[in-house]
Design a protein around this ligand. Structure first.
Ligand code: NI
Length: 137
């Protein structure tokens, strides 16, 4: 019988952003992104859920050490993005529109590169209580 199991780690960060595409006119940006296009930025309270799936180690009974995972999420994501202006203060979004979709993909890539390949990874990011994305789909 498979001993695969999933664990979830919840984290939280606050960050400011502005959604804008250089490929669109000012009018198109305003229409597509609405309030998120306002020029002087605005904040979101991002809720982040990291899902890791793998086999339970029969010796430890652990699938992954939660402390190791939480330290990884803090170092790779929270310390880089919390209380930052994503457009201005981070290299990741200097040339990438900081939509929830793109933020989730960036976070996934960061953690994927640190996690052993035997683990499956999923990132769920809430931009508001009602709007959230999941990557990979
Ligand atoms: Ni916004």
């Amino acid at each position: 019988m498979s001993k695969r199991i999933s664990i979830y780690r919840k984290e939280h960060f606050n960050a400011a952003h502005r959604l804008n595409s250089d490929l669109l006119s000012a009018e198109e940006n305003a229409r597509v992104f609405g309030k998120c296009n306002y020029p002087n930025y605005h904040g979101h309270n991002y809720e982040l859920i990291i899902k890791v799936t793998g086999e339970v180690n029969p010796v430890t009974g652990y699938m992954i050490d939660m402390k190791v995972l939480s330290d990884m999420v803090k170092a790779e994501v929270i310390e880089k993005f919390d209380h930052k202006n994503l457009n201005l203060d981070t290299n990741e979004f200097k040339n990438l529109n900081p939509t929830a979709e793109n933020i989730a993909m960036v976070i996934y890539d960061k953690l994927r590169s640190k996690l052993e390949s035997t683990y499956d990874l999923k990132v769920i990011l809430y931009e508001t209580e009602r709007n959230y994305v999941e990557y990979p789909a």
